[in-house]
Design a protein around this ligand. Sequence first.
Ligand SMILES: C[S@@+](CC[C@H](N)C(=O)[O-])C[C@H]1O[C@@H](n2cnc3c(N)ncnc32)[C@H](O)[C@@H]1O
Length: 271
Amino acid sequence: MKPEMEQRFEFGRNWHDFIQKNYGRDKVETSKNHLLTFLGRDSLKGCSFLDIGCGSGLHSIAALDAGAELVHSFDYDPNSVAATRYIQDQIDNPDNWTVEQGSVLDDSFMESLPQYDIVYSWGVLHHTGDVWHAVRNAAGRVKDNGSFYIALYSADVQVDPPPKFWLDVKQKYVSSGWLTRRCMDFWYVWRFQLHRNPLLLPHFLQRMRDYKKNRGMNIFTDIRDWLGGWPMEFVYDAEAIKFCENMGFQLKNIATGEANTEFLFTKKQLS
Ligand SMILES: C[S@@+](CC[C@H](N)C(=O)[O-])C[C@H]1O[C@@H](n2cnc3c(N)ncnc32)[C@H](O)[C@@H]1O
C-alpha cells in the first residue's frame, strides 16, 4: 500500500524517549565539539543559530553552550518539540532560546523567521517529503556571509539491498499497525543482524547489551527509526552542492562516507 504523504514516522516519540534516558553533560560536550569542529570555529560567540528539525534538542543546547547569542529551534513533530523543551527545562528556560513547532515546508512560517548567522539542519530535510523545497526554504534563512550546515542522506553511499528496497520497506512499515511493525522488526533482525543464522544469536545479544551501555538506547529503537524513517529521499552529494551553489552558496566543508553527508556552505554577499 502506498502511504499518504501525511503518513509519516513518529520520530519525535523516539527522541523524547531517548533524551529522557540519555540527557547529560557528556552528550552536550560531544555534540558541541562536533559542531565547532565542522564549522571550524572556537566558539559561537555573537552568533544567532537556527536549528531546523531539532529532534531531541541536543544540538540546540550544544550551540547555546558553545556561546551562541540566540538559538531558535523548531520541529514538525510535537514530541520532538516536547523533547527539546525537556532539555530547555533542565537549564531553566534561558531567554535566548526559543522552541516551537513548525515545518520547514511551510513557506509563510519560514518567511516569518529572521535570518541567522548559522542555519543548521542535520538529518532532517530528506525526511520532509520534498527535499529540494526544504533545502531552499532553509537556505533562505541564512544571513549574507552566514553559514549553512546541513546533513543529507547520501545516495552515493552503497547500501545493500539498494535504496528502492528500503524505501518500499519504510512505506510498508509506516502504513502498518503495531503487530506488523513488530513482525518487521524481527524480520530485520533475522535477515540483517543474524543473517538467517541462529548461531549468531549470542553475538546479537552482546550487541544489544553494548548498545545500551554505550548509548543508553535499545537497539530496537534504532532499528525502528531506520525501518520507519519515512518520508525519505536519497540525495547525491554533487546534486546538493550544485543546488546550493545555484542559490549563491559556496562549499566550505564536507564530510562523506557515512549515511548522512555533512555540508557546510557560506552564503556569498550580494554585491
Ligand atoms: C532523524 S531526525 C534528526 C533530528 C536532529 N536534527 C538530530 O540531528 O538529532 C529528523 C527530524 O526532522 C523532523 N522533521 C521532519 N519533517 C520536518 C519538517 N517538515 N519540518 C521540520 N522538522 C521536520 C522530525 O520530526 C525529526 O525530529
